[in-house]
Design a protein around this ligand. Structure first.
Ligand SMILES: Cc1cc2nc3c(=O)[nH]c(=O)nc-3n(C[C@H](O)[C@H](O)[C@H](O)COP(=O)(O)OP(=O)(O)OC[C@H]3O[C@@H](n4cnc5c(N)ncnc54)[C@H](O)[C@@H]3O)c2cc1C
Ligand SMILES: NC(=O)c1ccc[n+]([C@@H]2O[C@H](COP(=O)([O-])OP(=O)(O)OC[C@H]3O[C@@H](n4cnc5c(N)ncnc54)[C@H](O)[C@@H]3O)[C@@H](O)[C@H]2O)c1
Ligand code: SF4
Ligand code: FES
Length: 805
């Protein structure tokens, strides 16, 4: 029996262990492997830390290889041990705990160190980096005690950290040195669109700010800038880039600049020593994303297994920000330069921006915002240097997603990496689909890990399913779970609530075996909604499962103040009401009074402690401007005043708003009533729009004027105002009962199909049943502002200011 060669890996992170995993598959008996890792954990997916911080995953969920994997594969693992010395002559490594191991081949995969700006005060408590499970745990724990975080650095890491803090209930400022965020990945228009979208989520940006000093005694209390201004903070995270971790390599005499210099086979300047991952510098580039590190690892593994391999010649990188609610993609060379030309599409109505950069008839880079469905296809064209001279330029940006043939998966070779984050190839996915009988993206994820991280490859995985299974693959049937805490879909959860008589959020999570017993920011509000929808009379709303705005019944603003929007039925008011609003605004020093798009008045900049007193003095109901509920019923002046009007739009709008105010819905609902087809109230782009026509009223469903503009579909035509209410009741109740939490009617109508919804509401028996259930739901609602005014406990718990110690 030939003796095994000794392979030592320093760094138990993503790049090194991935290379070893490949190697074990290619040459199972060749090496005796020893791995050293400074962290106490087995190999885990660092990418997914952002989901742990955001509350969507737990630490256990992000482990790639548990401890048993090392044992099963005969690997000796030394966790919690840092290698401090390499003797390149004796070919040994020594750890800080005094263990010395000899090697025939040594791989350095020591990753990077977060760059910490050497500011005065940077050693105070509460100043940290964001790189490891430990960092993530500290951030989560801090959010239990502290309320205000600052993230320095508006790059990928900083923004994902800031989103995490918002989910943890902290206020957060993102401090950025330039006037555009993510400038390394986005051009100016995309960057500004992203900033706006993140501001809408509650992030506050301090741009063009140079940090000067961290202030506080033992613990940080704020950040001072060079311009003399100060921002308060209980916690500061620096996310201003990374530096290759080369201390060990330098000490051993390996050539570094600044990363460990490697050739196309990942060999360093010292024989038998290799470097892979973020610590390596290849052809002048040190990568900071996993896809290239896996490409390096694949070459290294083949080289070490003595399997013939093409050299590693560098990678074209792409990134996707992992913040829910925003779709951003950036790949290749997206900056305009000499010899480049660009195709740009900027649809301000839909909030979509696309830029494709072309040089010498080849696509070399792309930036996508709002709709990233072209991303994988464009990356494929960039990688393959597809000649586009024969193509219609406008066709380059056509949304071709959807069919296996269109996205080009059929033409890809088996070696093509489909999931960059997890290094999974087309061949692996197709074999798994065939051999394991997989039928959904979720199953492919569980079996191969493809799509487990940023999710950017999901459309391609779906296309591969379509390509492999043909017509038997039903994309829509693919099961979508509520979130990563559970394997259950929305329908299964609602069914279980009904059939098992579940009555509160925790009970649902216990009975249905939630993986994360606390739930997360995605599932808890959803469960709270479904429970209330199923049992409107008996369910006691769980306000701790609601987002801050819904808990407070006011929208929190950038500066921590709130906005107050009282209801103004149908957008109609009167002098007495206006006077009262003006007096209240003066008395409470409201800095800004603004007319909203929904025809009402927004009092902005109200202090938390003033909210209930202000509501009492206004003596108007809550306008629910913060809720997943009926927001407004916009009306035109209609037949009473307008010479074109054929219907009394104001009276109908007021009646509708009075009927449906306080109704909880899966997502916000906006309605409108126009007095004639001139449609001045924009009824065509509302969740439900009513238009007076000759001899009656038309009802339009599923319209949207927001991020993705959608014109509503004609639901029905009715004769009387009584019928408008009846059909609206049936429509909204059907939406309440079948909509997914967070799904707007525009998406719901698209998903179910208007024909189906029309069939349901036009069936008299079904309509009456829906109306009866709507009646029950509406009979138990109460105005939340009045409830707060009347309850000392609510006022104390939510609105009185408690000094933090
Ligand atoms: C929060 C977060 C989110 C991210 N999201 C994405 C994403 O969405 N997409 C993407 O492509 N990339 C993402 N990244 C970047 C990605 O995680 C890294 O590119 C990748 O982890 C680098 O792998 P690596 O093995 O080179 O380094 P690491 O994963 O850092 O592994 C290096 C390991 O070596 C250990 N080590 C160092 N020195 C020694 C020593 N002397 N002895 C023993 N052990 C040692 C370290 O403790 C560490 O565990 C993210 C990074 C973070 C922090
Ligand atoms: N979704 C993803 O792909 C993802 C997510 C997180 C992290 N990562 C990777 O992790 C690594 C670290 O991420 P990162 O965001 O820290 O690095 P980065 O280099 O991508 O971004 C750092 C940002 O900080 C800004 N900055 C630098 N100095 C500053 C200062 N003094 N004050 C304010 N802003 C300053 C820079 O302008 C830059 O935009 C990167 O390699 C990144 O690609 C990727
Ligand atoms: S929609 Fe018709 S009725 Fe209403 S204001 Fe416009 S023109 Fe007049
Ligand atoms: S590319 Fe990120 S999960 Fe597949």
């Amino acid at each position: 029996m030939t003796q095994k060669e000794k392979l030592v890996l320093v760094g138990n992170g993503m790049a090194g262990v991935n290379a070893v995993e490949h190697l074990l598959k290619l040459a199972p008996g060749k090496y005796e492997v020893t791995i050293f890792g400074s962290e106490p954990h087995p190999n885990y997916n660092r990418i997914l830390l952002s989901y742990v911080l955001a509350g969507d995953s737990k630490v256990d969920d992000i482990v790639i290889h548990p401890f048993e994997w090392y044992t099963t594969n005969g690997i000796t693992l030394h966790t919690n041990q840092t290698v401090t010395d390499i003797d390149i002559t004796a070919q040994t490594v020594t750890s800080d705990k005094g263990i010395t191991v000899s090697y025939d081949k040594l791989i350095l995969a020591t990753g990077s160190n977060p760059f910490m700006i050497p500011l005065p005060g940077a050693d105070k408590e509460g100043v940290m980096a964001y790189r490891t499970i430990r960092d993530c745990e500290i951030m989560i724990d801090s959010a239990k005690k502290y309320k205000k975080a600052i993230v320095i650095g508006g790059g990928l890491l900083g923004l994902e950290a800031a989103r995490g803090f918002l989910n943890l209930g902290m206020k957060v400022d993102v401090v950025h040195i330039l006037d555009t965020i993510m400038e390394r990945q986005l051009d100016r228009p995309a960057s500004k669109m992203l900033q706006e979208a993140l501001e809408d989520q509650g992030m506050n940006f301090l741009l063009e700010k140079q940090s000067a000093e961290i202030i506080g005694d033992k613990r940080v209390t704020g950040l001072k800038f060079k311009d003399g201004t100060v921002a308060e903070a209980d916690l500061i995270v620096m996310a201003v880039g990374i530096r290759p971790n080369v201390e060990l390599a330098k000490k051993a005499g390996l050539e570094c600049n600044p990363g460990i210099i490697v050739n196309d086979y990942l060999q360093t300047s010292v024989p038998n020593v290799y470097a892979v991952g973020e610590c390596a510098m290849h052809r002048g580039v040190a990568y900071g994303l996993v896809a290239p590190l896996y490409e390096q690892g694949a070459v290294l593994a083949k080289h070490l297994a003595s399997v013939e391999t093409a050299p590693y010649e560098g990678s074209v990188v792409y990134t996707k920000l992992k913040v829910s609610g925003v779709d951003v993609f950036s790949g290749g060379q997206f900056v305009d330069a000499e010899g480049t030309k660009a195709i740009r599409v900027h649809d301000e109505f839909s909030g979509i921006y696309k830029k494709v950069v072309i040089k010498d008839n080849k696509i070399i880079g792309a930036v996508l915002f709002g709709d990233t469905s072209d991303g994988t296809r464009l990356m494929q064209m960039i990688r393959e240097e597809t000649d586009i001279s024969g193509m219609e330029k406008t066709a380059i940006l056509k949304d071709n997603s959807g069919s296996g043939a269109a996205s080009g998966v059929a033409d890809m070779s088996d070696d093509t990496i489909i999931c960059g984050c997890n290094g999974v190839t087309k061949g692996t996915i197709c074999s798994a689909i065939k051999e394991q009988g997989l039928t959904s993206v979720e199953e492919v994820k569980n079996c191969t890990t493809a799509s487990r991280s940023c999710g950017g490859c999901k459309p391609l995985v779906s296309d591969l399913l379509a390509y492999t299974l043909g017509t038997s693959y039903d994309k829509n049937a693919a099961k979508e779970t509520i979130c990563s805490c559970t394997e259950h879909s929305r329908d299964e959860v609602v069914e279980a609530i009904r059939s098992k008589g579940l009555t509160h959020v925790r009970e649902v999570m216990n009975v249905l075996g939630w993986k994360n017993e606390e739930g997360c920011s995605k599932c808890r509000p959803a469960l709270n909604y479904y429970l209330g929808m199923v049992n409107p009379e008996s369910y006691r709303d769980d306000s701790t499962s609601r987002f801050v705005n819904e808990r407070m019944h006011a929208n929190i603003q950038k500066d921590g103040t709130y906005s107050v929007v009282p209801r103004m039925y149908g957008g109609v008011t009167n002098p007495a009401e206006l006077k009262r609003i003006a007096e209240v605004a003066e008395r409470f020093n409201v800095p800004t009074v603004k007319l909203t798009g929904g025809q009402r008045i927004d009092l902005l900049g109200v202090k938390k402690e003033d909210l209930t007193a202000m509501w009492e003095e206004l003596d108007m109901p809550s306008g629910y401007a913060y809720g997943k509920a009926l927001r407004t019923v916009k009306t035109c002046v209609g037949e009473e005043f307008c010479r074109f009007g054929t219907g009394d739009s104001m009276a109908v709008g007021i009646a509708m708003e009075k009927r449906f105010e306080r109704l909880n819905t899966p997502a916000k609902v906006k309605m409108a009533v126009s007095g004639c087809p001139r449609n001045c109230a924009e009824s065509g782009i509302k969740d439900l729009g009513v238009v007076s026509v000759d001899g009656g009223w038309e009802l339009y469903a599923g319209g949207n004027g927001g991020v993705k503009v959608r014109v509503g579909d004609l639901l029905t035509t009715v004769k009387t105002e009584q019928e408008i209410i009846e059909y609206t009741e049936a429509y909204l109740q059907y939406y309440r009962e079948t909509g997914k939490y967070g799904e707007r009617t525009s998406e719901w109508v698209h998903r179910l199909g208007i024909d189906h919804i029309r069939d349901v509401v036009q069936d008299e028996a079904k309509r009456k049943e829906l109306c009866a259930r709507m009646d029950t739901a509406l009979s138990v609602t109460k105005d939340p502002w009045r409830a707060a005014i009347d309850s000392k406990k609510i006022r104390q718990d939510l609105y009185e200011v408690v000094e933090l110690t």
